[in-house]
Design a protein around this ligand. Structure first.
Ligand code: WT7
Length: 659
């Protein structure tokens, strides 16, 4: 760091609030504070403002149907097609030559799709899907790396009304099989592989292992040839087809977009919950698309002429909402990058921003912490002056990381939006609006216009400013999940049971996050209050990891908790009891790590595996996870008097600290 940097950081360290620069406000999409009142006074009709961003085949007559709470319906009797909205209408509006997708492969090779190109490819793949037998409402699974064929396949599904279920490519074969089984999905789109830090990875092998564990017949799989000569030479079976050959047979084909009811499912996205079974979050065509378009416009400030980059993977909700649907609905240019931020060098992201003159950049705090660790020379060696706005999502951002991002990436001239939301909410819920709100590093900001969120205690009463409580949402919103796939009961149990009052018919959504509120209504999100970990901004259920560990030969019992981690935010700590006759040795440790990688994926890999004779349990037999967390974090231990086996605590502690 130079002396100037040191001086700058010293100055900013004390500063607790930042106003958006005038240069940003002058051009922002939303600049009038009255929007908050407009939405709350005119709720739920205010949401036509979001729906108006879309082109409807037939207009809806009611904004919100709440006759069967909490199964809300939005714009329910309207019809539209999501692919038409994200592609065709921009072509029809005279923007066929505007770039829709800028893709950069890890090797630096690039592909550019104009809206016309995207129109052509989406049609051709829609025709391909039809030829393979895909019908409206069939769930098509995608297990693909970050290549343009992924959004093309998603939009082709949307075009013919087949919901997609995208499984993150980093997830394991087992995770793929579980999701295909749960959704009864008979179609899979995948790829032979992709590049990571220069190496070609064999993805098809994993896909094949997943397919072997699908319980029903899989009608067809389509495999993109990403690796060419670097491929692994797998033979395709009779029901497995090469993407390019299929597409060649459909050159020039056009498929009319089907009219979908606003409430028809657009996609399923599986996410982790408290139990071992992932939850199939159902999102709809009208409400979800309206909500992502509206938040992309009001929060990310996107405009059609922008080049916008969200560095997430499309395999997560962030990529669905803010790489694909929101930006494309608005006719923006969206950037996609295949690889990692540190390949070939640690300046790769800044290089991409400079090269494409990115206007708006959206990333995760875990990435920012890595950039800070790597040092300022990497961003400093690039011209980042094209940037107008920065965003973060996925976990709380600490004020130091916020200020680093603000100074070294935004050069004090870009506002930052710290956006709180979830897979289930479809889009952003708590954040400042960049053209209006004062930013307070560490605090996400107020609930967005039309979002009625409060922070309450266990009894459901509002907490005082400065006190920690539970985040709740008291009114529905268009982007909300509609249910958990084929499991209405679990939907109610997971999200509505806790704070709703059946007597007064008051329905309150509980996202399972802790939070605090300031005098001015700004919310600071404290993190999950259920047994869900946030590892590098990815949500992982402790139960899922535990069941992967217990499946390993020689393991009798396991408890998984999150421990603090500088880069990852949280890291997985696994406390394991071996079966009689098995040694607590390196071999078993390795099998456990492999068990987790095979069961879930490398992202869930335990940071530490701690063998123990017993787990600390209460007299009623419940594992005291709080203690295991304190041990993982090297914190002072809280009350242990309710334990049945307090003596085990010192033993475990000694093992973790290495004493
Ligand atoms: C959980 C949702 C939303 C897309 C990425 C993750 C945490 C998310 C923030 C934020 C503090 C955040 C919450 C939430 N989270 N954004 N800005 N500040 N925490 O989606 O996998 O569904 O995880 O991520 O704990 O519940 P997800």
């Amino acid at each position: 760091m130079t002396d100037d940097d040191v001086e700058l950081e010293a100055r900013l360290a004390e500063q607790e609030s930042f106003d958006p620069p005038a240069s940003f406000v002058d051009q922002a999409n939303v600049t009038d504070e009255a929007i908050y009142d407009e939405f709350s006074e005119n709720w739920p009709e205010c949401w036509t403002r979001a729906a108006d961003l879309l082109s409807w085949d037939s207009e809806y007559s009611t904004v919100l149907d709440d006759s069967d709470e909490p199964f809300y319906e939005w714009f329910a009797d309207g019809d539209l097609n999501a692919a038409y909205n994200c592609v065709d209408r921009h072509v029809e509006d005279g923007n066929k030559n505007r770039v829709a997708i800028k893709w950069e492969g890890e090797h630096g090779n690039t592909r550019t799709y104009t809206y016309q190109d995207l129109y052509r490819e989406v049609n051709e793949f829609a025709a391909t899907l039809q030829e393979l037998g895909v019908k409206e409402n069939d769930v098509v699974t995608m297990y693909m790396p970050m290549i343009p064929e992924l959004p093309i396949a998603m939009l082709a599904c949307a075009r013919i009304g087949a919901p997609h279920s995208v499984v993150f490519a980093g997830f394991s074969a087992d995770a793929l099989a579980t999701r295909m089984n749960s959704a009864d999905s008979e179609y899979l789109i995948t790829a032979d592989g992709y590049y990571r830090r220069g190496d070609a990875l064999d993805h098809f092998q994993k896909a094949q292992e997943g397919l072997d564990n699908v319980e029903h017949d899989v009608a067809a799989s389509v495999v993109v040839d990403r690796l060419g000569d670097d491929g692994f030479g797998h033979e395709l079976s009779e029901t497995q087809y090469d993407w390019d050959s299929l597409m060649d047979a459909h050159r020039g084909d056009r498929v009319a977009p089907v009219e979908r009811n606003a409430e028809d499912m657009l996609f399923l996205m599986y996410t982790s919950g408290t139990t071992g079974e992932p939850k199939g979050v159902k999102h709809t065509t009208g409400g979800y698309l309206a909500y992502t378009a509206w938040t992309a416009q009001s929060v990310l400030d996107l405009e059609p002429g922008d080049t916008y980059w969200c560095s997430a993977d499309i395999g997560w909700i962030t990529g669905h909402s803010y790489i694909v649907y929101g930006p494309l609905a608005l006719g923006t240019t969206t950037v996609m990058y295949e690889g990692t931020p540190d390949y070939p060098e640690r300046d790769r992201l800044w290089d991409i921003i400079e090269k494409y003159a990115v206007d708006v950049f959206y990333t995760a705090p875990t990435a920012i912490r890595a950039f800070m660790k790597w040092g300022t020379e990497y961003p400093d060696s690039h011209d980042l002056s094209s940037l107008r706005l920065l965003g973060t999502v996925g976990e709380p951002i600490n004020p130091r990381a916020w200020k680093w991002y603000y100074t070294h990436i935004g050069h004090e001239s870009c506002p930052i939006v710290d956006t709180w939301w979830q897979t289930e909410t479809g889009g952003m819920m708590v954040t400042t609006l960049p053209g209006i709100g004062t930013m307070k590093p560490g605090s996400a900001g107020p609930p967005s216009p039309g979002i009625d969120a409060t922070i309450v205690d266990t009894a459901g009463e509002d907490v005082d400013a400065g006190r920690a409580g539970y985040l709740t949402v008291n009114k529905p919103w268009p982007g909300m999940l509609r249910t958990l796939y084929q499991n209405d009961e679990r939907f109610i149990d997971e999200y509505w049971e806790e704070y709703s009052d059946p007597d007064t018919d008051e329905w309150v959504y509980f996202p399972e996050d802790g939070a605090k509120i300031d005098d001015d209504g700004y919310m600071t999100i404290l993190g999950r209050v259920d047994d869900v970990l946030n590892v590098s901004g990815h949500r992982l259920g402790t139960m899922e990891i535990e069941s992967a560990i217990v499946g390993v030969n020689g393991v009798a019992e396991a408890a998984v908790v999150g421990g603090d981690h500088d880069l990852k935010g949280e890291a997985v700590y696994a406390y394991v009891i071996t079966e009689d006759g098995y040694a607590e040795d390196e071999d078993l440790r390795e099998s456990i790590i492999k068990g987790v990688e095979d069961g879930i994926g490398p992202i869930a890999r335990p940071e530490q595996v701690i063998f123990t004779e017993e787990l600390p349990k209460t007299r009623s037999g419940k594992i005291m996870r709080r203690l295991l967390e304190e041990i993982a974090n090297g914190e002072e231990l809280g009350d242990t008097t309710t334990l049945r086996n307090p003596e085990i605590v010192d033993e475990i502690e000694a093992k973790v600290s290495g004493d």
